[in-house]
Design a protein around this ligand. Structure first.
Ligand SMILES: [Zn+2]
Length: 101
């Protein structure tokens, strides 16, 4: 499940700036001219508009979900030491899976 602002980015139609996944650093794939809501609130309000969606190609992989969890936990933890440990776990996880692909 992609997480907006981490591994899925909404952009104006015909956006040219390639987005990089904030979880694994992979260049995202773009789907152009998507017609739909651009977020939870706009979905609830039934607001649809044309936009580009940049999504990480690994977003459906279980390891990517774990990596996303680590990234958000690193941002949330008030502890520098815990953050350092989790960053090491994240590095290890990414190396394990990105080397193979
Ligand atoms: Zn990614």
């Amino acid at each position: 499940m992609p997480h907006k602002g981490f591994d899925i980015f909404i952009a104006e139609p015909q956006s040219t700036d390639a987005r990089r996944c904030r979880v694994c650093g992979t260049t995202c794939r773009v789907t152009r001219n998507v017609f739909g809501p651009t977020g939870f609130v706009t979905a609830m309000a039934g607001l649809f508009r044309v936009h580009d969606e940049w999504v990480c190609p690994h977003t459906d992989q279980p390891w990517h979900g774990r990596a996303l969890h680590l990234v958000t936990a690193i941002e949330d933890t008030p502890s520098k030491r815990v953050a350092t440990l989790m960053r090491e776990d994240l590095e290890e996880l990414l190396q394990e899976h990105l080397r193979a692909s």
